[in-house]
Write a protein that binds this ligand. Sequence first.
Ligand SMILES: Cc1cc2nc3c(=O)[nH]c(=O)nc-3n(C[C@H](O)[C@H](O)[C@H](O)COP(=O)(O)OP(=O)(O)OC[C@H]3O[C@@H](n4cnc5c(N)ncnc54)[C@H](O)[C@@H]3O)c2cc1C
Length: 449
Amino acid sequence: MSCVNRNVLVIGGGISGLAAAYALRDVAKVTVLESSDRVGGKLRSGSLAGFSVDVGAEMVLARRPEAVELARAVGLELVHPATTSAQVLVEGELHPLPGGTLLGVPTEPKALVGLLATADLARIEAEAEGQFPPLTTDVAVGALVRERLGSAIVDRLVDPLLGGVYAGHADRLSLQATVPGLAAELAKDGSLVRSARRAAAAARGGEGPVFATIRGGLGRLPEAVAEASKASLVVNTTARELQRTADGWRVITGPTTAPVAYEADSVVVAVPAPAAARLLAPFVDTSQLGAVELASTALVSFAFPPSALPAASGVLVPASEGRFVKAVTWSSSKWSHLPGDVTLVRASVGRAREVRDLQMTDEELAARAGEDLRALGGPTAEPLDWIVTRWGGGLPQYGVGHLDLVARVRAGLPAGVAVCGAVWDGVGVPSCIRSGQQAAMRISASWEQ
Ligand SMILES: Cc1cc2nc3c(=O)[nH]c(=O)nc-3n(C[C@H](O)[C@H](O)[C@H](O)COP(=O)(O)OP(=O)(O)OC[C@H]3O[C@@H](n4cnc5c(N)ncnc54)[C@H](O)[C@@H]3O)c2cc1C
């Protein structure tokens, strides 16, 4: 195969598109078109009290190979949390986040003593002994768990844990797309608790720390990958239209009065759902893709004078607690590599369909988040510095039937076009990297046909 004379355009310079560019580095000339002024998308560093901190994604699952291998391959050093023991707020009290659950779905009722009423615990025990038909259709995680195990476990654990990943609501998120291991087990034996036990045992595999980040911040990964990919980076350039040419593809950028065209043999579309739906609409029905709901959130990052922090990685705050923040990370407790000159904390605000809080000014957001931090055991001193980072439409919501939706769009893609990114194959950084790598493989495979 002689492919080095092939040209590929990657639309979108987030980690998915950059992973695709890196995977294609030895077989094609790659150009990445990025609409903002920097690559990285949701991986971004910001400056806080003179220190560089992550103001988007901050860590990756280390038990999956994709992110850790890519980081090492581009010469970055991985570090692991000093503690992963988180807390959850229930009826105003902080409790250790119980182990032995699969995104909050229990495997052992005893782990939940103190968090649930005796009647709820008995219900979980009874479900583990019951007979239920295998579940083969997709359902909302929250609806299934509520029906089988009661509402308390959903409100106190499942919803905040799923919310921590998707900024969404368990009652609207797809079981098959968000907890695929559990869905696969439920298709064999319909008991939720027994299925969670088997799925948790299968997921437990692997050795070493569960999470990792990069010394200096996860925000360093995109630039390092971009550089190692040898791709040409074209920033401040929005792809407006994708056109088929006689022997490949053309991407139209620039103002409508002075369009600028880029041509290539193949295209990787690595942009969020709304932009992907627009670009692909001439070739495949993307109406449902364009309608995928997006959750908007904001992160408030604080630097305090050196202060004592709870000895936990952070706190999950269920929506039912009625607080402003949805989660808090005690960053200086969680990561021992962070500078000791300041105490760093971050708080996340906003969930899918709850944008009212995000309409506040940055000052109001920081003040409200600061009040919650103090109430949850955080520093009482005035912050030395804070920054608000808004992630409008930052996380796609995998509704019931999401996997069918993405399979349908993918099946209709024209040859020479591949897609990747958070809406397709999982929102976590390792999933996005794998998605980009697979898009690159599809493109190379199309040249061999
Ligand atoms: C606040 C927040 C915290 C998170 N924390 C974590 C975490 O700790 N760990 C984890 O694993 N995951 C985390 N995630 C999820 C994860 O970071 C994202 O799902 C992932 O980074 C998405 O990567 P992507 O490349 O698919 O998309 P994006 O990062 O959205 O990149 C897409 C890029 O395409 C560009 N673009 C859009 N339209 C066009 C166009 N028309 N033409 C050209 N360019 C275009 C955008 O500017 C952007 O740079 C977090 C997400 C958010 C929002």
